[in-house]
Design a protein around this ligand. Sequence first.
Ligand code: ADP
Ligand code: MG
Length: 801
Amino acid sequence: MNVEKPGGRLFGSGKCSGLPGARQLPMIQKMVESMSQLQEEKGRLQEQLMALQKKLALRENDQQAVSTQLQAQVENLKEKLIGQVQEVNRLRSELGGTDLEKHRDLLMVENERLRQDMKRCEAELQELRARPPPCPDCEHSKESAQLREKLAQLQVETEEHKGRLAELGLEVQQKTNRLAEVELRLKDSLAEKAEEEERLSRRLRDSQETIATLKAQPQPVKYIIKTVEVDSSKTKQALCETQARNQYLQEQVGMQRQVLKEMEQQLQNSQQTTAQLKAQIMMYESELERAHGQMLEEMQTMEEDKNRAIEEAFARAQVEMKAVHENLAGVRTNLLTLQPALRTLTNDYNGLKRQVRDFPLLLQEALRSARAEIGQAIEEVNTTNRELLRKYRRELQLRKKCHNELVRLKGNIRVIGRVRPITKEDGDGPEASNAVTFDSDDDAVIHLLHKGKPVSFELDKVFPPHATQQDVFQEVQALITSCIDGYNVCIFAYGQTGAGKTYTMEGTIENPGINQRALRLLFSEVQEKASDWEYAITVSVAEIYNEALRDLLGKEPQEKLEIKLCPDGSGQLYVPGLTEFKVQSVEDINRVFEFGHTNRTTEYTNLNEHSSRSHALLIITVRGTDYSTGLRTTGKLNLVDLAGSERVGKSGAEGSRLREAQYINKSLSALGDVISALRSRQGHVPFRNSKLTYLLQDSLSGDSKTLMLVQVSPVEKNTSETLCSLKFAERVRSVELGPGSRRAELMSWSSQEHLEFEGGSVQTPSSTRSYSSSSSGAPISRSSSIRRKLQTSGKTKPVPV
Ligand code: ADP
Ligand code: MG
């Protein structure tokens, strides 16, 4: 310490200058006493200050130590952080190294340790924060405040002393100046001390010295007070700095924590990546292991296979080798034996070679001769064929001619008789006895016992009572099928009422007649030809009553229809308004018949009676087209159930019954006339004489074929009617005479009918015969010849008049 001791000089100078008077001494003593008191007081204060300074120094040291320690820790943490960052980077770059797991464990341990360090630091910081600040509430501050108060009191007292001292003179003034100088110096030194804490102690010592010098004077007290004040503010500043530093350290710790967190996050990520990689590695390893295992197995199997194959091949090779050796030996022996055979073969081969060389020539030669032979044979065959063809054609023509001749001979108009069986309706007694017999040798002859006299007739065929519907149909079916070929056909059922006309034509449900059977046959025939022809079958049902034509399939059956000439000038007839039903099956036919029957039933109360008085017509039209040639054909089949032929006029009927009889008689006569005219090939055929013949004109003329089915009753009581019917039949059939006799025949027909109805006289067969015999150059009819035969044989007798 280089501080001067002003007090020394002060007291020294006082002693040197000497006091002004004796009365000033007690005052000085008092002053000295107070000074000493002040000195004591100052000493005490000095001690207190010292203690405070020590405490402060200690606290600062503590804080410094803590700060240094924290700094060191932070430094340490930083280093570790850098190390970890480097480690993480390294791990990242390596990614998937085999030591990853180890590193991870290490890092986890390190992380845990750092966490604990962090916790400890935080705790310490917390503790530091919890510590009360060194000022202003601390005990020392209070003490210093008290001290300040005391100092203030002391200052007041010092001021008083100053006032007293002012009175003391210049010496005191000098001392005061000196004190001021010291004060300034102290101020400077305190300012310096504010920058460094170490200098504080020195200044305190200076202060102590100054206080020591001021023991005798009040000036130093003031200086000390100020020093204390300065010291106190310095302490505050130091505390503030420390706090700021603490704050800074806390921030740094916070930042470190943040960094730590990030690192933890990174670590976690790297852990996840590591786990994934590990899983992948495990998978790959297992896959590798499996593949390796498989490979080993396959290799082993292959090795085994290889060994086995080698062994087998070796064994086989050995066997084959052996066989080859054996073969070789055999071949060698064979070779020796084959050499002569080879020589023979070579010779043969050469021979064959020659033959082959010559073969084409031989072949050509053979072919030439064969061709010639074949040509000749073909020529022969052709000639034969031509001859055969010629013969065949000639044969065909002959056949056709024969057929035509046969048809001509048979005639286009045929008459067949049918005798019905005796029924219950015929009653009992002699009247119901049988009057009809047949010729066992000739099925065309019928004998009738009329009024005790036998009369014989010859028709084309006669069906006895036991003949079935099928038998009858068998006879007519050729006619029906000719309708498919485009011919017009008429089948009439003629006879007295109850003779079986309807039965023959319609039949019963169980036993159908010609109508049903004809249509069935047409269907089956048409179907057979379906591959070449297309057919359409239509049906009309009509009746002629009292010369009026009615459509039984029409909506108005009462309406009378007219027969007209076709307006196209073809001369064809047609009935405007006549219904035509197209039928395709048997069911259709049944429906048509039923419909026609219903119409007829509703129209007439007594159908049986009515039907016997009218002609019932079933007109079937068959239209065909040949697929290949386009040829069209139209055939008409007319199935007519004629009205009863009984001689009503004879029974004396009157009124409408008589009119009916006249109409029937007229139409049946007209039919007979037309057939006669046709059969005798007359130039004029009186078709227009009745509705029936006019309607059937197309189907009766030209190439048309007609069948007259004459129905007769077998019983005694009907013999007169039976006789008439059979006469009618025979006449129709026998009119096949030369042109000269035709007219006469026709005339005799009409007159005979007339005579028969009017006078009951019957034309004898002999008269017929005389006509036929009178004709010059005309063929003699078959019936005449047969009759002659019958007469000579005595089987028949001339019918009596
Ligand atoms: P028509 O039509 O000529 O008046 P029907 O056909 O009605 O006569 O016949 C009169 C009766 O005679 C009917 O009961 C019928 O069944 C019967 N009949 C006719 N011909 C035969 C036959 N060939 N076989 C059995 N019964 C018949
Ligand atoms: Mg009838």
